[in-house]
Structure formats: C-alpha cells, structure tokens
Design a protein around this ligand. Structure first.
Ligand SMILES: Cc1ncc(COP(=O)(O)O)c(C=O)c1O
Length: 452
C-alpha cells in the first residue's frame, strides 16, 4: 500500500502518470507553453496505466458475447471481468447490477425509463442537466436547495412527507462548486418515506470512496471520461428489480432472449439495456482506472492532493478583489477540487479565451450545464470554473492566479472575435497538430449549438 504523501509534498507533483502530461500548446503571440489542465471536472486525461492496459488488450479485441473464436472468448471475459471489478469498486450489493452505458447522461436517461411511473421523482435545482432533463419528461418535482445543507435535507424530508416519491435523484458533488452532499442523510430521509435514491456520481467518483452497500444508496451513475478512462464507457449500478422490468434502453442484438416477428422476450438486466455491440475497450479502461482510483482514494493521497490544490486555488482567488467565488451552501465543509467564480464586470468567455491562448491554461466558462443553479446563484451570468485532478500541480494553480492578475492588468483585450457565443483569438490554432476548425465550413455544427 502506498503511504499518504508527507504534507510538504502535497500537490507539488502529479499523483500518477497521465497521458499527455506536459504537452506543449501554442500561444497566441508565438511560442509554446506546457498546458495547465484545470478542466478536470469536464473530462480527465487518460491514466498512463489505463492506456497501457488498452494497448495490452487491443490485440485480443474481438466480438463480445457473439463469436465462438478464441479471441471472442477473451474479449467477452475481459468485458465481464470489467463489470465485476466495477461492482467491487463501488461496494455494490450482491444482487445489484452494473450496466455499461456511454456516460452519466446515458445512465440517468436509462434510469428515468426504469423508474416506476407513479408519483414524482424529486431532484434539486443544483443538478447538472444530466440529472435534471431526464426527470422533466415525467412527473417530477424540482426542490430549490436552501442556503444550508442542513435546511436542504430538511426541505427534502418535508417534501417526502407531502408527496408520493418513488425516487430522489441527487448529485454527490456539485459540478459547479465541488460542494458535496451529505448522502447518508438523504438516503435515510428517502428510505424513511419509501423512496429510493439515485446518486449522480459523475463528480464524486473520481475523488471520494463510494460504497453503495455502506451508504445504502440504490443507484449510482458515473462517466469513465471523468475517471481517467476516456474511452467512451460509463455505468449505471443499482437495484435489479426496476432495471429488469424497464423497457430496453437500446433495443437490438444481445438484449433479447427470443424474438418472433410478433413478439420479443427481453433478457434481464444488464443485457436488456446493452443492445448492440458493447464497448469492451471502454469497459476495460474504466475498470483499470477504478483500480488506480481505489488505491489512491483509500490511501488518502487523492484527498490530500486535491485538498491542498483546492485550498491554494481558493486562497489565490481570494487575493484578487475582483473575484467572487460561488457557493451553494453556507455550511458545506467538504468539497472536491472544483471551484467556480466570477471576475466581476468581465466576460467569462473572454477571460477563458485569454487564459487559453495567452497562458496555455484550460478552464471552463459558461453555465456548466447547470442553468437553474447559475441563474439562481450568479444572476444568470456566465462564470468561470477551475477544477483539479490527480495530474494537477501547485504550479498549474499558481499560473491560473497569475494569469487572472495579468488579464486584469491588460484588459480590455484586442485580437479576439466573438463567434457563435464564444471568443476565438484571431489566428490562434494555426500551428495546431490537427486541422483547425474552419469557421466558415457550413458542414460543421455551429459552436453555439452545444450550449452548456
Ligand atoms: C455532476 C454531473 N453529472 C452529470 C454529468 C454528465 O456527464 P456526461 O457528460 O459524462 O454524461 C456531468 C458532466 O459534467 C456532471 O458534472
């Protein structure tokens, strides 16, 4: 077992090797700089161990659950053992089912089809759209979070007393502020009133231990690309009964027991929801990442590393008077490495474009797929978000703080065009290793079509 790092060392070095670490990116005014990835909450790079595992299994890749050849047997077994590894990683109960999906969005959409029709699904207004939009298409109730977590759980309890609720769908950690939710109190309140709990674990799983059995939560969704395994797989884990009854998430090959022209007998979960050829490589990658996360979470290194970086970031931002940091709850004490803030009076999209093109820093600007929350806590204005992970260092954090100070010293900026709702530095990207997007090409999806 790796021992926790001594405090003096915390945050200075990446915890594990990541693919692309130290990659150089072009700067607007010439030259290059190492990329400071402060957008880990959106997507993480691949762990080197994950990409090595993918390279190792690729020669064995063949059809899963279909062929009788040796390679098909190997691939099927790799896919199924990935399921078992993830079942263990999440402390799932023996009769829980692990379904491979594309990502958290896919998992929660699947669960929305599986949850019984009667009653209202309750969710908070702080949720990411992935845990909000699937519920809007059925009877549901959006609870406005209170100023404190304590009062929010109390509001939830009162709601559960008054309404018939089959399911409470709640985030484990906010993708905007990183604040975590006291899940055991939520589970207790829900179960006291006969409701189940689905945890959106997209932001929690890369940072904290999730033990479904100990927590007694009923469902959990997560994305591989936020857990250092960006190979297109996610999972939904949880109680079998609803999932066995639900309409097939993807109707097609592999999801059935018998088909006639008139009728189909569907297989039980997980096969029922995994129609079509599965993403075996994505599943293997996610399982490998879970082994690394398991080790780094359990020995305390992720907690210590990210707490040090978050603390430094919060302090650094606090030293800039124009910065207003966002938070949802006054009494939250536990947060993962995600910090949202506003540079008051400045356009978040322009600040982000400046940080990218003049300082090689990747952050996110916008409403972070959490419009109701941003509308409530930031008056609907776009904000900035910086998020750290196991590859982030104190130097990355310091560069962001310096970059913001430089921006304030330089603004207003010239040389940026406003295209489809975002700022593009003129001429930037000419030296990119891949063809730059031709903004005049009518076949491209307009950048603004992907509003988040
Ligand atoms: C809390 C939360 N839930 C759900 C999602 C959706 O994840 P994905 O885009 O992988 O489906 C995200 C993505 O940012 C998230 O942060």
């Amino acid at each position: 077992m790796t021992l926790p790092r001594p405090p003096g060392d915390t945050g200075r070095k990446p915890l594990r090797e990541l693919v692309g670490a130290g990659i150089m990116v072009p700067l607007l005014h010439g030259g290059e700089a190492p990329y400071a990835n402060l957008d880990c909450a959106a997507s993480t790079p691949s762990l080197a161990q994950v990409s090595a595992r993918v390279a190792e299994v690729l020669p064995w890749y063949s059809s899963v659950h279909r062929g009788s050849g040796y390679l098909s047997m190997v691939s099927t077994s790799l896919y199924e053992s990935a399921r078992t590894t993830l079942h263990e990683f999440l402390g799932a109960r023996a009769d829980d089912v692990v379904i491979f999906t594309r990502n958290t969005t896919d998992s929660l959409n699947l669960l929305a089809k599986a949850a019984p029709k009667g009653g209202e699904v309750v969710y908070l207004d702080v949720e990411h759209h992935a845990n909000l939009l699937p519920w809007q298409s059925r009877d549901s109730y959006c609870l406005t979070a209170a100023r404190t977590l304590e009062e929010t759980v109390e509001r939830l309890r009162r709601t559960l007393e008054k309404r018939e609720v089959p399911l409470v769908a709640i985030t484990g950690a906010s993708n905007v502020t990183g604040e975590t939710v006291p899940l055991s109190s939520v589970v207790q309140a829900a179960h006291d009133h006969g409701a189940r709990v689905a945890v959106d674990g997209a932001q929690l799983a890369p940072h904290r231990r999730i033990d479904l059995s100990a927590l007694d939560a009923d469902y959990l969704a997560l994305s591989g690309h936020k857990c250092y395994a960006p190979f297109g797989a996610g999972i939904l884990v949880g109680r079998r009964d609803w999932l066995d009854e639900a309409p097939a998430h993807l109707a097609g090959g592999g999801a059935i027991e018998r088909v006639t022209v008139e009728h189909t007998d569907w297989a039980p979960a997980p096969a029922r929801h995994e129609g079509g050829t599965p993403n075996a490589i994505g599943a293997v990658a996610l399982a490998e990442a879970s082994l690394v996360l398991d080790e780094l979470i359990n020995d305390g290194s992720i907690g210590a590393h990210e707490a040090a970086l978050r603390g430094r970031l919060v302090a650094g931002l606090g030293s800039i008077k124009e910065v207003r940091q966002l938070r949802i709850w006054e009494d939250s004490t536990e947060a993962v490495g995600v910090v949202a803030f506003e540079l008051v009076g400045h356009d978040a999209a322009l600040v982000a474009a400046y940080l990218a093109s003049e300082h090689a820093i990747g952050v996110r600007a916008g409403k972070f797929c959490a419009h109701p929350l941003i509308d409530r806590i930031n008056g609907g204005r776009n904000a900035l978000r910086a998020s750290v992970g196991i590859g982030t260092t104190t130097e990355d954090v310091d560069r962001l703080v310096d970059g913001l100070k430089n921006y304030l010293a330089t603004a207003p900026l010239e040389g940026y065009s406003f295209v489809d709702g975002s700022y593009v530095p003129d001429g930037y990207g000419r030296s990119a290793p891949f063809p730059a997007v031709d903004l005049r090409d009518p076949r491209r999806a307009p950048l603004g079509a992907y509003r988040s």
